[in-house]
Design a protein around this ligand. Sequence first.
Ligand code: ADP
Length: 483
Amino acid sequence: MDLVGPQQRGLFIGGTWREAEGGEDFAVLDPADGSVLARVADASVNDAIEALDAAVAVQEEWARTAPRARGEILRGAFELINERADDFAELMSLEMGKTVAEAKGEVSYGNEFFRWFSEEAVRIHGRWMQAPAGGSRLLTVKKPVGPCFFITPWNFPLAMGTRKIGPAIAAGCTMVVKPAELTPLTMLALAQVLTEAGLPEGVLNLIPSTRAAELSKALMEDDRLRKVSFTGSTPVGKILVRQSADQLQRMSMELGGNAPFLVFEDADLDAAVEGAMVAKMRNMGEACTAANRFLVHQDVAREFAQKLADRMGRLTVGRGQDDGVDVGPLIEEKAVESVHQLVTDAIHDGATLVTGGTSPDGPGFFYQPTVLVDVHPESEINSHEIFGPVAPISTFADEEEAVRRANATEYGLASYAYTRDLARTIRLAESLAYGMVGINTGLISNPAAPFGGVKSSGFGREGGFEGIEEYLDTTYVALPADH
Ligand code: ADP
């Protein structure tokens, strides 16, 4: 908790830490025992509008800063976060529940967005071309889109912030950030780091709040706000897209997933189990990229399930900060109830439990790593994002069936496949209706790659060369050149 002193538990607006209107605050809980970790200022609608005022006030000046200067701020923040990596990991583990080892992984992954976009800041450029008919020259100029509003989820408290804040700073946008009410502490620490790295007042404004819906509506009704980037659930994403219609804000939507994990008969099964552990158990399964449905060829399904269950059954569940713990608590009581309901329903529909299936007694919101086999394709667990440590396995007979079932979902974020057949790999890359396809790997997130989905998983990309484009508008300039 060293990173968030009493002062940094307020709102951060126009470069100043301050109380919320009426001195309101809310409690942040430790999911390992339900105790109160800290109380944080609870922004009102008026506070949010003041945050936007602060962002708007410095937008023009910020857009005029040298790209190198913006890059250097990001690079400085990257170095500071590295120096404080252990403190960030501890803080994230406390408020979110993940193990300290996992939280360290998130610090290096999340911080890498700052390094990547510090490098992208100096590579923003337009083009010069001759019109096809000759004569005119066609030029393009890239400009920052303007003040942005970011809404982030609780599952990756650092990385879901840096992948929006990094490109926005690089592009020359100012911003208002509303972190998830369940895990606002990491973002408070991040605002402090960016300030120390030299980010000018008003460029980043932070408004922790329990009034997400009200604030978002008020901010999006304001024509000064030009862009919204949201990571969270599909139903909330749809509300925001509807809300964006009046002022036609540009939108980036990173929404839910229902990732298939395909294991073909020619796969290296040990490697597939290894990848399955990562794709399923990263963040206790609380990730939109988490493998949600295991589809395994019928000839290898029994062996795969046994090996996976052995590994899952050996994991130690406990408080994320304790030594020897592999799996921390889920985020809240509701999460445990929802995961258990999905498991119970799947068993009711004919699935067999191989390991897990229970939640240890409280305090804390724990769920035992679970493997189910013979899961009915129509079971709720196959269409619903599990967000917990449960691996439902069902079988397929051939590639055509595997792809058809993998694509039979409204979602299209991450997908995974294990095969050693090159021609099949090419077919899968082209036929899986997903924004991301991992071949023979359970870990696809990489700040240098475009992260994002299709269909109900949203639109827009974060990271990669594409990431900064979300924060840039294009102006085309016509230059007659025939005299
Ligand atoms: P999750 O189920 O993962 O918590 P949510 O979509 O509910 O996903 O939450 C993600 C983020 O969206 C959080 O910061 C939350 O406060 C915010 N949020 C929830 N409802 C709304 C809403 N109606 N408008 C804007 N933001 C919202």
